[in-house]
Write a protein that binds this ligand. Sequence first.
Ligand code: GLN
Length: 492
Amino acid sequence: MPYSSLSDIQTRLENGETTAVAVAQTYLDRIAAHNDALNAFVHIDTEHVLAQAKASDAHRAEHGARPLEGLPIAVKDIFCTQDGPTQCCSKILKDFHAPYDAHVITKLKEAGAVLVGKTNMDEFAMGSSTETSAFGPCRNPWNTDCIPGGSSGGSAAAVAAALTPAALGTDTGGSIRQPAAVTGITGLKPTYGRVSRRGIIAFASSLDQAGPMTRTVKDAAMITAAIAGHDPADATSVADAPMPDWLAACDAQSMQGMKIGKPKEYFVDGMDADVRAAVEAALKQCEALGAEIVDISLPHTDKAVAAYYVIAPSEASANLSRYDSVRYGHRCDDPEDLLDMYTRSRDEGFGSEVKRRILTGAFALSSGYYDAYYLKAQQVRTLIQRDFIEAFKQVDVIATPTSPVPAFKLGEKTDDPLTMYLSDIFTIAVNLAGLPGLSQPCGFSGGLPVGLQWIGPAWREDLILSAAAAYESATDWSKQTPEQFSPAGGDA
Ligand code: GLN
């Protein structure tokens, strides 16, 4: 059971073979047994989880099942939840309790999901390794000396080790797809505007998007269908976005005649040889399934990381100015005056990566430098968007590696922010262009999972879901489980 997909658990619940309470208990037992080794969850309220499961069983009996009835879903500590703390894994939000649920949390509750707890993440979602968390680093279930990716590393590790069958993450520059890739699970970043950002602690508002992290492609579609949709309270959520039937797209499982773009800029010297080989082999397999592989170019790809690391910190410096210790958050002891209170509280509350982003962003936005940095970065962003528009005139979807390297060792890149930033070299352009992107497992490098990334035109999650589902059913990469966390003893 623990390594079952959401849709398998759903079938068993529907057939009366199990109950939401029994399912919840299975995962609570897994969490109790394995969370110390992984540090994937930073908050669990066992009683509350069981109470939700009990209420779900009662709902099923009295009114029938809702789309996610009784299914356990963990959420990154970036989502505001009325129940329990919401700390964004930062000292500055220590013990903060949100007064309302994020829109996506409300949607999950309305769909009948059982919320399992809060997962570990890089502080304020800034990072690629879940090492900047105020709760300590999270570890990769495939090798606990390695990072689980970031910033949604806790969600990824929790799904990969079956401490939950599914989780929510957020993705500003790769934070759903990159951890999904390095832990061997599936992660989908929807089109920007598809999912409301209300109640998601803001990092870079023009890039942030929430999405599912799951064992299968169909599970990702199920959760996306539940959380997507217009929210009048978020001006960036789009009102009349097309909403195709994503579950049907997964069931179609056909690649016959599909044109898959292979961008030359994503297969470069310096990337891990086994990652490259695994992705090349995946594309060969897609060809055997009836797809046509088309060599394409996205010429401004090499400018994406630089543009992102101007735009994202600029937006972060504005968003994080709200942490002034006046209304909420950490406040220093015995401030001398107002300025001392602001500066000391922020100095004590924020970690060094967050400070680096605030300083970079404030500098890029300052008068005299705005044109040279921020404006320039926005112009580059337009060029990157145009690259994709041109490419999608030739192909239906694009396939690339998700990350240039498999999971690296804890501590390996913490002293070198630039090398850390390059972890997202293949995911960032997708955020800058606002497109949907999905990562799914496609092989191993040195015993560590490798991710295949699918990129689609705006609003065409259905295309990448159907390509990914076809690939998934033709291979068994998504069925692999990390040995150290395989079900043993009585918890199967
Ligand atoms: N790793 C990137 C960063 O540090 C992206 C993070 C994210 O997507 N939240 O900004």
